[in-house]
Write a protein that binds this ligand. Structure first.
Ligand code: P6P
Length: 320
């Protein structure tokens, strides 16, 4: 049986040094604690909303605040962490002045689903950083990316740059490896999009969805929790779309640093593709901690159809 600890221990080398191993063990422990808090949140009165609005303009939930604090504590316990960047914090915060890494995370993604018992997740990324500006690194500068999916099972999905491993939390509190090298199926007939936003889609997305619906056999899933949709795609393929929209043409809803980049790094490591239109998400040069980007990821052949459609649309408007 391979556990999270024995996997890290047997894959030391390269970027995975002793310091980074401590960071990852502390992040894994943080996800165990968050998982435990979620399981009994209704019993502990940790539901509903606080009076606090975060930097995103969203009302924080008690579990948003608690999960954020648990992830920050994991950073504090890791001597090598210099900075933490969180969806819940306006700015990066310094953890250890002599640290060498930044941990970038969304402590509880999909928290609008908490009170209705739907899968939510913690998304995280680790990069080298020794000064505040180092946190604005493009996605190919990530050393580690992962997420925990808190659903019927608690799954921890990780890449340290050598494929994607999936671990499942057992009753004893161990993360046991259940998939050694996850691969995203290159083809799919299942898309995930919030169809209620159709009026704000651009022509490329509208044409793709209409064609998919017209083509026999396409199915749709939309959880409203990206980690849940991503985990389904890692397990059976699919394509996830939260595109730019006419209301906010260049952005869409999802955040680059702690949602799109970690998921994009994992997806590419599993043979999938992650784009923001014509370009890979991982090639976007960040300009601010909380910037939003269009997000389309999943089965490579399906994502390529959209990338090519955006490229064709651009050629069509170029001056002759
Ligand atoms: P909508 C959750 O708030 C989130 O950031 C993602 O996890 C999810 O995919 C998306 O927003 C859902 O957005 O517009 O469907 O509510």
């Amino acid at each position: 049986m391979t556990t999270f600890e024995t996997y890290l221990d047997s894959h030391k080398g390269g970027a995975l040094n002793d310091e980074l191993t401590v960071v990852l063990l502390n992040i894994a422990e943080a996800t165990r604690q968050i998982s435990k808090k979620l399981r009994t949140s209704s019993l502990a009165g940790l539901t509903g909303a606080t009076e606090i609005t975060n930097v995103q303009g969203e009302t924080q939930k008690p579990l948003d605040v608690l999960s954020n604090e648990i992830m920050l504590e994991a950073c504090r316990k890791s001597r090598a962490v210099a900075f933490a960047v969180s969806e819940e914090l306006d700015e990066e915060i310094q953890i250890h002045a002599d640290g060498t890494y930044a941990v970038i995370f969304d402590p509880l993604d999909g928290s609008s689903n908490l009170d209705v018992n739907v899968t939510v997740g913690t998304i995280f990324s680790v990069i080298k950083a020794q000064a505040p500006d180092d946190t604005l690194k493009n996605g190919r500068g990530q050393i580690v990316a992962g997420y925990a999916a808190y659903g019927p099972q608690t799954s921890l999905v990780l890449t340290v740059g050598r494929g994607v491993q999936i671990f499942t939390l057992d009753d004893a509190g161990d993360y046991v490896m259940t998939t050694a090298d996850a691969r995203i199926a290159p083809e799919t007939k299942e898309f995930a999009i919030n169809a209620a936003r159709r009026p704000s889609w651009d022509d490329v997305i509208t044409a793709y969805i209409d064609r998919s619906i017209d083509t026999s056999g396409y199915n749709m899933r939309w959880v409203g929790s990206m980690v849940a949709d991503a985990h389904r795609i890692f397990n059976r393929g699919g394509i996830f779309l939260y595109p730019a929209d006419r209301a906010k043409p260049a952005s869409g809803r999802l955040r680059l640093l702690y949602e799109a980049n970690p998921i994009g790094f994992l997806v590419e490591a599993a043979g999938g593709a992650a784009i923001a239109g014509k370009i890979d998400i991982l090639d976007i040069e960040p300009t601010s901690l909380h910037q939003r980007v269009p997000v389309i990821f999943g089965s490579k052949k399906e994502v390529t159809k959209i990338r090519e459609a955006y490229a064709a649309a651009e050629r069509a408007i170029e001056p002759a």
